[in-house]
Design a protein around this ligand. Sequence first.
Ligand code: ADP
Length: 798
Amino acid sequence: MTSIRDAFQTMAWGTAPESPATAEAWLARHPKGFGHSIGGAWVEPSAGERFATTNPATGAELARVAQGSKEDVEAAVRAARAAQAAWWALGGHGRARWLYALAREVQRNSRLFAVVESLDNGKPIRESRDIDIPLVARHFYHHAGWAELMETELAGYGPVGVVGQIIPWNFPLLMLSWKIAPAIAMGNTVVLKPAEFTPLTALLFADLCHAVGLPAGVVNVVTGDGRTGAALVEHPGVDKIAFTGSTEVGRIIRAATAGSGKRLSLELGGKSPFLVFEDADLDSVVEGVVDAIWFNQGQVCCAGSRILAQEGVAARLVDKLRARMETLRVGSPLDKAVDIGAIVAPVQLEKIRQLVEQGIAEGATCWQPSWSLPREGLFYPPTLFTDVTPAATVAQVEIFGPVVVLMTFRTPAEAVEMANNTRYGLAASVWSENLNTALDIAPQLKAGTVWVNCTNLFDAASGFGGYRESGYGREGGKEGLWEYLKAERRKDGKTESDPSPSVLPSFRPSVLPSGLPPIDRTPKLYIGGKQVRPDSGYALPVLDSAGNRVTEVGRGNRKDVRNAVEAAHHAERGWATATAHTRAQVLYYVAENLAVREREFAERLRALTGSSEDAAALEVRASIRRAFVYAAWADKYDGRVHATPIRNVTLAMNEPIGVLGLVAPSEAPLLGFLSLVLPAAAMGHSVVAVPSERWPLLATDLYQVLDTSDLPAGVVNIVTGTRKELAPVLAAHDDVDGIWFFGPREEAAEVERLSTGNMKRTWAEWEPRDWLDAHEGQGEEFLREATQVKNIWVPYGA
Ligand code: ADP
């Protein structure tokens, strides 16, 4: 028998098991297995097919759940559609009451949820109890607030409609709340498909929705595997798909929804860097690593899986990490004293094993603690790789397991370069006791979330989502609401009420206008601030409204686009980091120089398009006004500071996406073109713009305006030619980070399909817009498309 003295000396931990009894009792209430939750009731799977969901810690079957068929998805979408109008009509306050009720219900059943989650997923009960479930309740509370405020704070916006939501297995209930709370708060109804490995908490949630009497059809849950997900993605009655999962499946979904008009948000994979500077507090860093990569067995899309340590501290950090790893406990997820639970499924465990073997085969040093794992169940030890080269498989591929690699850097610049050396961009952590260093590095990292001296912190008030191949769209915060909102088109005719030019100050030309190029010259392309001949050596005729050939423009091709993209990349950094004030100045200057030529441009417009003198004058005046509008916005479309409920300021910064491809509408050849170029430039993008194919001269006439407006060379590149030839090249180009396309639907579909190469963000529209209208043709919608939000978490405490 162990004496108290012995126990005190060895300090051995006992087990502290959580009882699964309540969870088992709930499961026992569904003895036949679960159906789908459709229209507020349990519905048998139409094909009668079910599969088992098991406990990864023991291998025991927990329950049988339905394999959703196309018919099941159809029924769920129909139920959601039937419920949507009334749910929206309920109003913000009504919906707020329901979200609040759901939050309360989650809290009331929090321990049951935590135990079911740990049983089904394998995560330690400490995590499901203290992190996942409280955050779920927080999401419903927070979004109850947005529902309440919607009418005033989001005036002019309404719901998208019926939303299909597909979630992964790593945070089953948390991902459910991230998806459902904002969607239903904004008046949408949903069909949610949980992951096949972990459907139980979604089913428990559905049970609670029935119990509290949530209006039938607002939340529908259809279980099944990827086939069920695909049926939801392809269903024509779904207005939007929100997906969290692997980049591979994200790619399939982007291709499947291309041209369907379905809105899409994707939260995909990651390989997040964890930067440790020499002046970091190494003991905090060690605990940070524990939270970064051993939280949820490392099955976290934003896991800090690449430690980048400054050379001077790397060896010390490795020693400390190894010592800490020895003390981690792997074992039963229901044991409250366990740090690392079970891996979700045999296939995942196998994948982790194989990648680790590959890491060893490629020459890296693999270190694991000396203790052995439980003999039964799907467990994997915490693993640290050193001597890793940046190109090694383990440094590049998302492992989704408790495996971290450590590499070293010398200078901050090298740290940034290594951190960004990945196709992903989900999250990053920066560790330095010098806040100046941390806040200098954070904006340079290509990641949607940057944690300073902390890691893996989440909250409903802060947006979460990716850059680059980690996807697009945000979840949480005001920025996350846009995913579930649609602008209600309304004309406000503001442009028409402009004061007449006679009462405006006239601009004195800074450079004497030399007049527009004579019409018998063939305008060239505009690349890197220079007029260049098209590579093809061919030209395209430009006809006036009567069909007379007026002149020709260069026919740009693939090679011209490539050169333009290169020029844009050259200019990108300087322009993106120029102060917003500087960018505003340049845009004002564009307005001024355009105003000097107002009459010439109006005459050109009239002659080409055959529009009335008044209409032409109006379009030019609106274009000048638009430059003023975006010059005004350049230093005002700033971010927010989110109130996250820990001792933290969370800085939500609007950042440019990179190089944008802009394919302008064929109508409104001057105003339509500038309506895309100006907001993009205002937000710090360099662009490759394809002007109206029909009347490109209005864009080529701008060369001199741009040249005389202090716009740095390469910020705006203009490639004339056929849209059909140029848009696909931009869409498929890996160095183009986003594309806006205004043209026919079939071509828009092609653009969306081709964007999957680097998962660039797309904004493709085929409905014509009234570009003259101040609400349709300009404003925050354009600014939102021209930014992505980075959330930088900065904890404080003296
Ligand atoms: P993970 O690597 O996290 O398992 P997956 O992307 O494979 O990520 O799965 C995430 C979710 O996507 C799961 O709910 C899964 O069933 C679903 N899914 C898998 N394949 C498809 C598909 N082709 N279309 C739609 N959903 C899919």
